[in-house]
Design a protein around this ligand. Sequence first.
Ligand code: PEP
Ligand code: MG
Length: 585
Amino acid sequence: MIRIKGKAVSPGIVLGKAQLYNSEKIAVRSEKISEKAVEKEIWRLENAVKKTQAQLMKINRDLQKIMGPDSALIIETQSMLLQDSHLLEEIKAKIKNSLFNAEWAIKETEKKYLQVFHTIPDLSFKTKSNDISDVLNRLIGNLKKGGRLSFSAQPGPVILVADDITPSEAAKLMSGNKLLGLVLNKGGETSHTVILARTMGIPAIMDTINATDSIVNGDPLALDSVNGEVIVQPTPAVIAEISVKSEKYQIYREQLKTLSQLPELTRDHHQFHLYANIELPFESEIVQAYGAKGIGLFRTEFMYLDSKMSISEEEQYLIYKSIAQNIFPHPLVIRTYDLGRDKSNAAAPSREENPSLGLMAVRMFLKKREPFKIQIKAIQRANSSGNIRILFPMITEIEEIHAIKSIMAETREELLREGRYPKKDVAVGIMLEIPAAVQLIRHLADDIDFFSVGTNDLIQYLLAVDRNNSEVSYLFSPFHPAVIHILKEIRKEADKIGKEVTICGEMAGKCFQALMLLGLGFANFSMNALAIAEIKRVFTQVHYAHLKKIVARLDQFSSRSEIEEYLTEALLKLYPDLLIRQRLF
Ligand code: PEP
Ligand code: MG
C-alpha cells in the first residue's frame, strides 16, 4: 500500500479501480509493404473503420443519455467523416500505390487535409481539421495492438489517473458516467477540467507529481479528495475505513442540501445571493436542488468543445429558452463563447505562440462575426420569459463594447423584421477578468447593465501566473495583496456607479475566499452547484459586521502568506465550526 498526496480540488471520497489515461497522439512509423500484402492491409484498415464506427456510436449513445439529443452533434461529425468515401479512398490509394502500411497512409492523408484546411481562414474548417485528426487518431489506435489506451479497458466505473487531460477529453469521459474520480499529476485548480469535475461532482486531486509512475492499470485505489490523498492497493482495514468515511460524506452532502431552503442572510441579516455556474445545458435541471437562485454563468463554449463550431440559431434558441423557462423567475446569465486558450480542441491546439494573450473569446468572434451573430440572435430571441442576461468574456477596451452593441442592434433589427423579437431586451454584462478593464470600469459602465468578475483570469493576468501550470500554482493566490487591492477597487467603482457585480470565478465557491469577498462588500456569488450548500452553510453562520472588521485589517499585510494566515486564524477564532467538513472526514 502506498499513499500519494495531492491537492484536493473537487471533494469526495471513493473506492475504485485505476485506469491510466494516455491522451498523447500515437507515434506512427512508416513501413513499406509488399504488393502481396496490400489486400491484407486494406482489410486491416476496413476492420479498424468498423471498430471506430462502433466506438463512436457507443460514445454518442452514452452522451445522449446524459446530455440529451443535442449532444449528437458532437460525435456525428466524426462519424460522417469516416463514412466519407473520399477520405477512405485516399488512404487506400496510398496503401496500394505507395505500398505503405495503413497507419502511415492515414498519417499522410491527414497531413494533406490539414495543410489544405489551415490555409482557409474560416473557423469551421479549423474545427473540421480537429475532427479529422481526432477520428484518424482513433482509427490508428484501433489498428495498432496496444496503441492508444482505451478508456473502456477496465470494466465498470474507474478512477482516472493521468498526467493531465484537456477539458474536451474530460467532458467526453465524464459524460460517459464511467468516471468515479480523477487523479492528475499536473492540472490547475481553476483549469476547466477541474471546474468540470466539480460541476459533475467527480472527486479529484491534482498536483500529485508522480501518480502515473506509481499506479498501474487496474490497481485498487481509495481516493480521498477531502484530505487530498490517493491510497494505492489499500489494505482491508483502510478499505473499511474509507467506506465508512465515504458513507458519512454522502450523508453530510445530503444534509447540506436541506440548507437550500434557508434565507440568504447572514446572522446579522445581511443579504447575499448564490447562483450556479453551469457548463452544459443538462446541469440546469439540478442546480435549484442545490439551492441556486438562478444561473450566474453558463459557459456556452463547452457545448462546442469537441463538436462542430457552430450550432444553428434554432438549436441554440431552443436550448436557451428551455433553460430560461426552467429557472424562471430566477436569472439565466448566458456567456458568449469563451473559446481559445485552454478551451480549444485537443486534436489541434491553438497555433498561436501565446494563446493566453491571443485571439480568444470576444476578440476571436469580432473577427469571425457569423457564429457570434448567430449566438447573440439566439439569446435575444430566447428571452420571452425576460430573465435572460447576456455576458461577454475577456473585454479589454471600450471599442469592443461598441462593436458588440452594434452587432446586438443589428440582430435586434433583424429579429424585429422577422417578427421574432420577444419585446424584452436582454440585460448586457461584461466580464471583469483583464486588469485593464477594471481600470476602465466607470467608462465601460455607460453601455452595460452589470459586471461579472472572473477571478480565475483576473488573478492569472494580474499576477502573470498561468492558471493551468502546476509549477507556478503556489503564486496563483487569491490572497495576494494585489488581488485584494483590485477587488476593493472593483467594489468601490461599482458602488459609485451603482451597477450590479457578481463574482463568478472559483473564489466564490471556496470557504475562506468567499468569506473574504463577502467582507469586502460583494453580495452576488456564482459557483459550481455542489459548492452552493457549503457556502450557504458558512455564510448563514457568520456576522457580516465581523467580516467587515476582519477584512478591513488586511491592508496592514504585505504578503499573501500573512494575509491567509491572519484571515484563517481570525475567522476560526470567531467561528470554529467553519472547518467542520475537514474535521469530520
Ligand atoms: C474566470 O475567469 O474567473 C471565469 C469565471 O471564467 P473562466 O473560468 O471560464 O475563464
Ligand atoms: Mg475567464
